[in-house]
Every structure is written in structure tokens, then in C-alpha cells.
Design a protein around this ligand. Structure first.
Ligand code: 5AD
Ligand code: SF4
Length: 470
């Protein structure tokens, strides 16, 4: 009988995407997907280390798995991802029932390493992506996808910045962009397989291509100024069948006008910009080494909004960076209010050992004060997101159906181009990936409620199809 696997993913979309790759490799090795962790023969924890509670969650989970391993000693436990890359040997020191530890650059070896662990514990961590073999770059591995209509594409691994709070450069290494021809071919292949929506992933997508230029310069070859991220958006936007392109995350300091122009001009690029602010205080931004001021951030945002009609904007903000004063925090509230974010991921600063900010212990903020600031920020963001959602009431939105609503299975959930969730009743089941027009009847801070107006074909061959035909 074939062995079964279960993968638990922590953290960001990049990790979700790596999980899809690991799943495909294990399936190619003859394993099948288990319904629950407790019944699987191989358990992979694909970890994140961006904030401390991710560490705590992993070690908590490993404690639970120790009992499972005692009951079923032939279960194999593997720890992958960013925390594996960072903690390495320490994982097996803290949890000796872990069989395999592999890092972010070893994803392509998942099946072999798990196989090898039958003879004893295995640890394999590569320091950096294998740059000279870009065709077999782990990002190019086949992926198991959960949604038939949507896919992620890693356009770039690693990060060349050095934000004082961030552990990513230490665990994901230097920026490595995948060549544009390969990405466009991959998009065409996905479209041929029925994918209509692609999300481009990178730590700093705006600097896409910079390392390719640098490598040519080092090799003494002529250095064209391209490809830029804008070129990539245009090329993927030209792939027949790709209706929606999203990307995450651009860095405000590198948001070029070429990128904004291509967002405005390429019909498939969605009217949504995720632009991490981190802080509204220029003093704190300087201490973070973000490379922009609050004024510059707002100026880029105005430029993007002026060019892209009906642009939704989301962001990431950290509260309580070391040395953040009440006055700094008020600047963040002011910028957040002025930016009118449609949504925001807000985080309490979490010291990551090895980063510059973690060494600023004498400037750490008082946790009670941080909690209170966090709440005040949430209220400001919620006000603008609610206002943004309410402005949609009475209008009609194009959604792509994701499936039954998680809260109420009697409703369907769809996503608009602006990344808003819309819940609506549907008399008949609509398959995930179906395009539909929905009249918006009500709005909350985090979602819209609607009524199905009609099922539509994807925009490029849009002839209206009566609802009853589905
Ligand atoms: N503490 C809190 N939030 C962090 N982020 C990154 N590092 C930290 C940290 N040490 C947040 C940033 C980033 C998002 C992915 O996670 O806001 O944009
Ligand atoms: Fe971290 Fe800054 Fe790189 Fe983003 S840009 S991954 S926050 S170092």
C-alpha cells in the first residue's frame, strides 16, 4: 500500500507555493495525500520565521507530534521552510523525534531526503539558491494546486534589502530572478491548463530583473536595462487566457512609474496594489532602513491612484518598532488615515535574533503601550476599509467564484479584481473559477454581501451567458 503524506503550512504565500511543490514531489514518489495529520505516514511542517509566534506554533506542534510518534514510531516527521533554514540543527536538538530538516533552497530534494531518513536523521540546508542552474531552480518545480483556476508563480527568490526588523534576507538569501522567457512560457502552460488568474510572488517584485542585469555585467556582456518588472507584467498580460494578474509585494522605494503605467495599461493586471508602509514616521522608516519617507510613500500612492482607475490599496504596518514614540505612532495613524487603505495587515514588532533591530533591546517598547497602539491603528484602518466597501454598495462587481463561504456554506464566496471578498447566495452550485456579476447589497469592514446578477464568461470572450445555462 502506498504511504500517505500531510503537509501543514505556516506563513506566507511563498510557503504555500513551496508546499504545492513538496506535495507534487511526494506524489511523484508514489505517496498519496492523507486527510488528516494524525493518519499520515509522512508529516511535513513547512515553517515560517518572520515573527516569533511562528516559532512558538512550530515547537508547540512538534510537542503534540511527539506523542503521535510514540504511538506510531514509523511515522516520519520533516521540518522544512524558513525556520528550518534558520534553526537547522537546533530543531532536532529541541525535538529529537524529527527525522528530516531541510531548508528553503532544498525543496527539490524533499522526496529523496525523506527516503534517506529511513536510515537515520537527515539535515540538509543549502546557503543560497543554485543560481547557475535556473531551469531547475526550485521555483520552476511542478506544483500541486488547490484551485484549478488560480496559480502562483515565483518570479524571484530572496531579498537584497536589509530592513532592520526582517529575518528574510538571512533565510532566503540574495535576490534571484527567474528569466522572463521561462516565466512567460510557464504562464502560457498554466493558461492552456485552464488557469485564468496568476499571482506573481517575490519579496520585492519591483526589483525583478536587477540581478539578471548584474550577472550580465559581471560576465562582461552588454547590459540592457530590461527586463523590468513592468515588462514582465506586460508579457504575462499578453498571454491568452490569463484574465487576472496579481503580485505581491512591491517595495515602495522601487515602485517605478513604468510599473504604474503597465498596471494602468495592461487589462489583465488587477486594480489592487499591496504596498507595505511599515511605519508612517519618517524617523522610524529611516531606522528601519526602508529607503523612503512617509511623504515619498504617499506621493507614490497618489501617482498609482492617479494612473489606475478605481485602485484598491492594502498594506503591512508594524507597531512598536524599537524606539517608536507616541509621536511616531501618531504619524503612522495620520498616514494610514490619509492613505485610506482598503485593508491592512498589522503586526506587533517581534524581535528576530540576528537582525539589527533585535539588538536594540534598550529601546523596545512597553508591551501594554504597543497593544493599545495596535488597537488604535486597527480602528483607523477599519474605518477606511469599511468606507471603501460601503462605496461599492449598489454597484455591480465582477467576481471569480472561490467556493462555498467558510462561515456559511449556504453562500458562495467570490473575489473581485480589487481583492474584495463577496458572499452571495446562489440557487445553483457554481464551480470555482466561474466568472459572475454580483450586485452589491451590503458591506462590512472585511467583506461585501451581494446577489448574483448573472454568470459571465471571462472578459476576453465576454458574451453574456444566461444563468440557467450553468
Ligand atoms: N516583526 C513584526 N512584523 C514583521 N514583519 C516582518 N518582520 C517582522 C517582525 N520582525 C512584517 C512586515 C512585512 C510582513 C510580511 O511581515 O510588515 O511586510
Ligand atoms: Fe524583509 Fe525588507 Fe526584504 Fe521585505 S524588503 S523581505 S521586509 S528585508
Amino acid at each position: 500500500m502506498s504511504r500517505s503524506y500531510f503537509i501543514r503550512t505556516y506563513g506566507c504565500q511563498m510557503n504555500e507555493h513551496d508546499t504545492g511543490r513538496i506535495a507534487r514531489l511526494l506524489e511523484a514518489d508514489g505517496m498519496t495525500s492523507a486527510d488528516a495529520m494524525e493518519s499520515a505516514d509522512v508529516i511535513v511542517l513547512n515553517t515560517c520565521c518572520i515573527r516569533e509566534n511562528a516559532d512558538n506554533k512550530l515547537y508547540g506542534q512538534l510537542g503534540h507530534l511527539k506523542r503521535l510518534k510514540q504511538a506510531r514510531p514509523d511515522v516520519q516527521i520533516a521540518v522544512a521552510g524558513c525556520l528550518a533554514q534558520k534553526d537547522r540543527e537546533m530543531i532536532q536538538e529541541r525535538a529529537d523525534h524529527v527525522d528530516v530538516v531541510f531548508g528553503t533552497h532544498n525543496v527539490h530534494r524533499a522526496a529523496e531526503l525523506i527516503g534517506a531518513a529511513a536510515d537515520g536523521p537527515v539535515i540538509e540546508i543549502l546557503e543560497a539558491a543554485v543560481e547557475d542552474d535556473r531551469d531547475s531552480f526550485p521555483s520552476a518545480l511542478p506544483v500541486r494546486r488547490d484551485a484549478p483556476y488560480a496559480a502562483w508563480m515565483t518570479i524571484q527568490a530572496g531579498c537584497d534589502n536589509s530592513c532592520a526588523f526582517c529575518i528574510v534576507p538571512a533565510v532566503r538569501g540574495a535576490e534571484v530572478s527567474r528569466p522572463m522567457e521561462l516565466l512567460v512560457a510557464e504562464a502560457a502552460e498554466l493558461a492552456a491548463g485552464g488557469v485564468t488568474e496568476i499571482t506573481l510572488l517575490g519579496q520585492n517584485v519591483n526589483s525583478y530583473g536587477r540581478d539578471l542585469q548584474r550577472n550580465r555585467r559581471r560576465a562582461g556582456q552588454p547590459v540592457p536595462l530590461r527586463p523590468l518588472f513592468a515588462d514582465l507584467l506586460r508579457s504575462i498580460g499578453g498571454v491568452d487566457g490569463i484574465e487576472r494578474i496579481r503580485f505581491t509585494s512591491p517595495h515602495p522605494k522601487d515602485l517605478r512609474s513604468e510599473t504604474i503605467d503597465s498596471m494602468a495599461e495592461v487589462p489583465a493586471v488587477c486594480e489592487h496594489l499591496h504596498l507595505p508602509l511599515q511605519s508612517g514616521s519618517s524617523r522610524v522608516l529611516a531606522a528601519m532602513h526602508r529607503g523612503y519617507t512617509a511623504e515619498r510613500y504617499l506621493e507614490r500612492l497618489r501617482a498609482a491612484r492617479a494612473a489606475v482607475d478605481d485602485l484598491a490599496v492594502s498594506t503591512d504596518i508594524i507597531v512598536g518598532f524599537p524606539g517608536e514614540t507616541e509621536d511616531d505612532f501618531r504619524q503612522t495613524l495620520l498616514v494610514a488615515a490619509e492613505a485610506e487603505f482598503d485593508s491592512a495587515f498589522t503586526f506587533v514588532y517581534s524581535p528576530r535574533p540576528g537582525t539589527e533591530a533585535a539588538a536594540m533591546a534598550d529601546e523596545f517598547c512597553d508591551p501594554d503601550e504597543v497593544r493599545e497602539r495596535f488597537e488604535r491603528l486597527r480602528e483607523v484602518v477599519e474605518r477606511s476599509s469599511r468606507r471603501g466597501n460601503q462605496a461599492r454598495v449598489g454597484g455591480c462587481e465582477e467576481v471569480v467564484v472561490e467556493g462555498p463561504s467558510k462561515r456559511d456554506p449556504g453562500l458562495l464566496t467570490g473575489r473581485t479584481r480589487q481583492n474584495r471578498l463577496v458572499h452571495f447566495p446562489a440557487a445553483q452550485a457554481l464551480k470555482p473559477g466561474t466568472f459572475a456579476a454580483v450586485e452589491v447589497v451590503a458591506a462590512g469592514a472585511h467583506h461585501l454581501r451581494g446577489e448574483l446578477a448573472e454568470v459571465t464568461a471571462p472578459p476576453r470572450w465576454r458574451t453574456r451567458i444566461p444563468v440557467a445555462a450553468f
